[in-house]
Write a protein that binds this ligand. Structure first.
Ligand SMILES: *Cc1c(COP(=O)(O)O)cnc(C)c1O
Length: 493
């Protein structure tokens, strides 16, 4: 299997090159040259497998430089760090409504599913290519990626990681999780500005030839752990298959029935993995893109126009406070019939004019499986309270956005089919907002809030959250976006 760039389809690289490079030199994203297909029988056979085997089965179709057993060893190591036997368990909430819990990993958000795998893939790819330079991983984070990447790369030989987060744009727990990280190869700093500012600044450093050359002299190559890296996207494809076969095995559906997935969306990585699963043969009817009030994607799917000319809102679902959804480029590439010149033109328009437009009938034709909606802050909080009252089940604000958007669909009269809502974070990552959504008094001290939420809900917090109260803060830097380059260049010396 070879990979092409969304902005230059004459470029062709191997899977390990795509993973080590992270992003194509001209700024495009790597995509597989075709989608391998699973027959229904092959999908059904996954019912007998555990999660690591399902993951290795999906990954092996794309990474043919590795044997199945090599990939299985990677998946086993990754998912042994999860707190449940089944890394991505499916919970039945109601008739035809299921929650896919993706937050049983070391940092309690869905990004662990991929970021426990990616560092191992990078190490394995370096070994395959005989790479001797160290890999310097740069990460811009809206909160959850940063900690998941730090945990994934911490003390992994031959790698160093630098994480940049918007200093006022992450939750208290997210920030504390990052700034207390151990490891000799880690660095964390706040950036003045929002996530888009941090992401643009990191991307600029990443594609800066001077930085690349100086780092090379110092014995480093850069890579990215952001969700644009193929090694991030690939492990996510597996849980769509896993959720589906869990429904088949528990006789909730029959093999071949089409189901819906509702995905709380920010950078468009998670839902894109669902689209790839569908292209591989998974029976999917709708992929519902759920946004908060930063609803640029809702507008895009309704009108074909992607327009950044709007206010940026800070919400209680900060990992979705994103206006530039980087992974959408991979879908645009498919919509445009894999025409890299057309994709480049649209992405250039986005950069220069802050918007682009795709023909609406083309969008409906090529991406008809996508539906979209958004929930405002009130609706999100009400949904947390409603789900707790009705089912005794506690959800975080990101998951609540998706549950709310799903509810709206049925009010609008959409036909009901079995629906899986992806749950992307443990509610204790956002304790204060969850507590106030339940109508409890706000607590100024986040750890008092954890205690109050435990009392109120009867749901135990993860130990990794309570432990933070006594953890030592190691990183206090807050930088202007244009200082990132200097900090990175210091490595080269
Ligand atoms: C990252 C994140 C999202 C958004 O996922 P994308 O792949 O960026 O669309 C949603 N919820 C949580 C909790 C996240 O950490």
């Amino acid at each position: 299997m070879k990979y092409v760039s969304t902005r230059n389809s004459s470029l062709s690289v191997t899977g390990s090159e795509a993973i080590l490079m992270g992003i194509s030199p001209e700024g495009g994203l790597f995509v597989p040259e075709s989608f391998p297909r699973f027959s229904l029988q092959e999908i059904g056979a996954m019912g007998e497998m555990d999660y690591a085997e399902r993951s290795a089965t999906v990954m092996s179709r794309y990474l043919d430089e590795f044997t199945y057993d090599e990939l299985l060893a990677i998946a086993r190591r990754a998912y042994s760090r999860f707190d449940e036997e089944d890394a991505c368990p499916l919970v039945k909430l109601d008739e035809d409504l299921y929650i896919l819990e993706l937050w049983h990993g070391p940092t309690f958000a869905f990004k662990d599913v991929a970021l426990t795998v990616l560092p191992q893939l990078i190490s394995a790819c370096r070994a395959k290519k005989g790479e001797t330079d160290k890999t310097l991983v740069l990460v811009a984070t809206s909160g959850d990626t940063g900690k998941a990447a730090l945990e994934g790369f911490k003390d992994v030989d031959g790698t160093e990681i630098m994480v940049f987060y918007p200093s006022e744009g992450v939750s208290y727990m997210q920030k504390l999780q990052m700034t207390t990280t151990g490891g000799a190869n880690t660095y964390v700093a706040g950036i003045k500005g929002n996530f888009d500012d941090a992401q643009s600044a990191v991307k600029q450093v990443f594609t800066d030839p001077e930085v690349r050359a100086k780092l090379k002299e110092g014995g480093y190559v850069m890579s990215s752990a952001n969700s644009i890296n193929w090694g991030r996207l690939l492990p996510q494809v597996a849980y769509y298959f896993s959720a589906y076969v869990d429904l088949v095995t528990s006789e909730e559906i029959t093999l071949g029935d089409a189901i819906d997935f509702v995905v709380p969306t920010g950078n468009f990585g998670d839902i894109l993995a669902g689209y790839y699963a569908m292209r591989m043969g998974l029976p999917v009817r709708k992929l519902v893109c759920a946004s908060n009030i930063n609803n640029v994607l809702t507008d895009f799917f309704e009108s074909g126009v992607y327009d950044l000319g709007r206010e940026f809102h800070k919400t209680i679902s900060p990992s979705m406070d994103i206006l530039i959804s980087s992974n959408l480029e991979r879908l645009v590439f498919e919509i445009e019939g894999r025409d890299s010149a057309a994709t480049l033109a649209l992405m250039t328009a986005l950069k220069q004019e802050g918007k682009y437009a795709i023909d609406l009938s083309l969008l409906r034709d090529k991406a008809g499986a996508f539906a979209a909606g958004f929930a405002d802050e009130e609706e999100t909080k009400d949904t947390i309270a409603d789900v707790f009252d009705e089912y005794g089940y506690l959800i975080d604000p990101h998951t609540a956005v998706a549950v709310a958007v799903n509810g709206d669909r049925y009010e609008e009269g959409e036909e009901l089919v079995p629906t899986v809502v992806l749950s992307t974070a443990n509610p204790y990552k956002f304790t204060q907002d969850v507590l106030s959504a339940l109508g409890e008094e706000q607590k100024a001290d986040p750890f008092e809030a954890v205690k109050a939420l435990t009392l109120e809900s009867g749901v135990e917090p993860p130990e990794g959250i309570t432990r933070l109260e006594k953890a030592e803060v190691r990183f206090r830097d807050v930088l202007a976006a244009d200082e990132i380059k200097q900090i990175v260049l210091k490595k080269a010396k």
